[in-house]
Design a protein around this ligand. Structure first.
Ligand code: HDE
Length: 715
């Protein structure tokens, strides 16, 4: 018997479903969205219009102010609400930012899964993605060395599917029970709450040494992957092994991947450190800026699958989250695309209140026995209760776009009203019976199990070094150098000799030459023997240099154009237009923020250029490239120490520098003074040790683009 309760709920939800446009989640959220810019009346929370929100009710006389009255319900409400504005931050991944978008399936995979989101190419599934760092608190800096979270909530027709991944394909530990130890060790130390947003401290490296299973992951964390240029330029990985189940009930193990269309790019460490202070919101702003400028970031969605019966055919255990599935053995299949195209309306109610759960899967997708995943399935739901309360799934950002109905009830802050006389199953009305499997009800894969109860894991889990070596061997020379430098930085911050000496020995189990370089820099005895022989093998897909943009592009890159009074207007506007036409974002940086006048323009009569910033308001680190037009303004720029530093710093960070006319002389002079460069007759300097070519001489905008292309290829 269909109850009126169900009909009611379905009616409301039908409104959402039939909403104009295809994005049902946007329509759903619109129901709960109010705009502060509309001319609505100012009211109390109980709806009474407020005439004065600036003065507490007091006893006043004409001489002075008297006591404030507790009676003032309006002032009390304002203060009460304020006193309780904060909620606990996430215990990990506290610092993050999010955006809405769309997932489109390009190739249906009915042979692997019967999930609607993986079989219906006509659908556009709304998504919310939250990117995050792991270690730092909510207010920490974006560009710290850390793993990045990449969590996606798919609002599918069959319920929410949360793919809660990272930008590194493996993890530090193999068993969920180790997570509290691991997080305690990496977070600020207990006695002094230091350091913030960093793994560079005794406890983290102590833990890492004592747990060999961290070996593969810490190699990734010491690579450029841990300092991405942008959330838009990093891969995402589901990390854990899930299952796909098809209509016939056949199961495949699966790993999920996101591959950015813009390619994988990183900052250099010096940049990351500086941006941490210069613009701690760098990544957050980068994502919003790209979306505001309609440069929507996109990722390919790919899967790797292993048929259930082949699970034990590999040297590694496919259920071990500290191992990748090498592409040579298990190829990647691109099946879909993610686009992020809408910024949030309000950070707290959307990005902060969004709550992901690895246990949120939809029919056609299932878990595996990956012991990390099994523990995560418990933890995420649990943590949302302490962060948001038991009714967290009713919050607008978390609720699905399909009907929700069951006999779960009550709890603090229950939002929905469920009509009807029964709240249990079975009931005499047959109200809300469980959905039959044939009608789409979720069915757990009937996996055969055998074994004994033990606090242990599969034997292949106990091999820790081969893939750490594979990763390191597969890096380019510059990436390897960065790994050596990261270890040197991190262990330099450990003051307990036991910690850095042991870690050097662990590194010698991966690569002796690497351990020797690090030992010198951190003050440990230089090892003369490899702890384990490096097998010398390499694999595809590990060096980030393999992930180039789909097409060579400077799209969405930030280009600084530095000018002072007397700049050459022709090359200025030529390059400005060329940068814009190429889809990049030009920013004019002036010697001041008042209008700046081109060479030959009378400030009294002519029009000036109003810069976006003045040179002291920003730094070279916040831009991907710099252009300086020629003109008499170079006299002023030459005497400006910060602008000279800007040029030298950009060069040091391997960025393209373009200059025309007199500006070329300035660039050459700075680089000659600071970097000791020699120039060829045509003004081009080639510095092999940096792997970068700076075109300082040529006069045309095209040359600047050419310089950029070369740098992209080299960095
Ligand atoms: Fe998480 N993790 N995690 N994690 N994780 C959380 O859940 C946990 C792990 C990841 O943007 C928490 O809602 C355990 C791997 C992301 O809101 C918590 C274990 C991967 C986010 C939690 C892991 C992740 C979290 C804290 C070991 C990569 C941010 C707040 C078994 C695949 C999601 C929250 C967001 C957040 C537990 C390991 C990714 C405590 C127990 C592996 C991206 O539930």
């Amino acid at each position: 018997m269909a109850s009126s309760v169900v009909e009611g709920v379905h009616k409301i939800q039908d409104v959402i479903r039939s909403a104009a446009g295809q994005d049902k989640k946007a329509a759903d959220l619109a129901q709960d969205t109010a705009d502060v810019h509309t001319k609505t009346k100012f009211t109390t929370d109980h709806g009474v219009p407020v005439s004065d929100t600036d003065h507490w009710l007091k006893v006043v006389n004409d001489q002075t102010s008297g006591p404030s009255l507790l009676e003032d319900q309006i002032a009390r409400e304002k203060i009460h609400r304020f006193d309780h504005e904060r909620i606990p931050e996430r215990v990990v991944h506290a610092r993050g930012t999010g955006a809405f978008g769309t997932f489109t399936l390009k190739k249906a995979i009915p042979e692997l899964s019967h999930a609607g989101v993986l079989t219906d190419t006509a659908r556009k599934t709304p998504v919310f993605v939250r990117f995050s760092t792991v270690q730092g608190s909510k207010g920490s800096a974006d560009t710290v060395r850390d793993v990045r979270g990449f969590a996606t909530k798919f609002y599918t027709e069959e319920g929410n599917w949360d793919l809660v991944g990272n930008n590194i394909p493996v993890f530090f530990i193999q068993d969920a029970i180790k997570f509290p130890d691991f997080v305690h060790a990496v977070k600020p130390e207990p006695h002094n709450e230091v350091p913030q947003g960093q793994s560079a401290h005794n406890n983290f490296w102590d833990f890492s040494f004592l747990h060999q299973e961290t070996t593969h992951m810490f190699m990734w964390a010491m690579s450029d992957r841990a300092i991405p240029r942008s959330f838009r330029m990093m891969q995402g990985f589901g990390v854990n092994t899930f299952s796909l189940v098809n209509k016939e009930g056949k199961r495949h193990l699966v790993k999920f991947h996101w591959i950015p269309h813009l390619g994988v790019h990183s900052l250099v460490w010096d940049e990351a450190l500086k941006i941490g202070g210069q613009d701690p919101d760098f990544h957050r702003k980068d994502l919003m800026e790209a979306i505001d400028n309609k440069m929507y970031p996109k990722w390919d969605f790919a899967i790797q699958v292993i048929p259930e019966e082949k699970q034990n055919d590999f040297e590694f255990d496919p259920l071990d989250a500290t191992k990748i599935w090498p592409e040579e053995l298990v190829p990647l299949r691109v099946i879909g695309e993610l686009e992020l195209n809408r910024n949030v309306d309000e950070f707290f109610s959307q990005t902060e209140q969004v709550a992901f759960c690895t246990s949120h899967i939809v029919p056609g997708i299932d878990f595996s026995d990956d012991p990390l995943l099994q523990g995560r399935n418990f933890s995420y739901f649990d943590t949302q209760i302490s962060r948001l309360g038991i009714n967290w799934e009713e919050l607008p950002i978390n609720r699905p776009v399909c009907p929700v109905m069951n006999h779960n009830r009550d709890g603090a802050m229950r939002h929905r009203i469920t009509k009807g006389t029964v709240n249990y199953w079975p009931n005499r009305f047959d109200a809300i019976p469980p959905t039959k499997v044939e009608e789409g009800g979720f069915e757990s894969y009937p996996q055969k199990q055998s074994g004994i109860k033990a606090r242990s894991q599969g034997p292949k889990f106990r091999e820790y070094h081969k893939q750490a070596q594979l990763f390191y061997n597969s890096l380019s020379e510059s990436e390897k150098l960065h790994v050596a430098k990261s270890f040197s930085f991190e262990l330099d911050h450990c003051d307990d000799p036991w910690v850095y000496q042991s870690m050097v020995l662990r590194i010698a189990e991966i690569d002796l030459a690497l351990a020797q370089q690090v030992a010198v820099m951190v003050g440990a005895p230089t090892p003369s023997k490899a702890g384990k022989q490096n097998h010398g093998k390499t694999a595809r897909g590990l060096s980030q240099l393999e992930f180039k943009p789909k097409k060579a592009t400077i799209e969405s890159r930030r280009i600084a154009i530095i000018i002072g009074d007397g700049f050459d207007p022709v090359s200025f506007s030529g390059v400005y237009a060329a940068v814009k036409a190429a889809g990049a974002l030009p920013f004019v940086i002036g010697t001041k923020r008042q209008p700046i006048f081109a060479d030959g323009v009378d400030p009294q009569k002519g029009q000036g250029v109003t810069p976006d910033h003045q040179y002291d308001g920003v730094r070279s680190t916040l831009f991907d490239a710099t252009f300086i037009p020629g003109g008499p303004h170079i006299k002023t720029l030459t005497t400006n120490g910060q602008i000279r530093h800007w040029i030298a710093e950009s060069f040091g960070h391997l960025k393209a520098i373009g200059a025309t006319g007199e500006a070329a002389d300035l660039v050459k002079k700075v680089l000659r003074d600071v970097e000791g460069l020699q120039y060829a007759a045509n003004g081009t300097a080639v510095v092999e040790s940096y792997g970068v070519v700076t075109a300082a001489g040529p006069q045309k905008p095209e040359s600047f683009k050419e310089g950029w292309r070369i740098v992209q290829g080299a960095s």
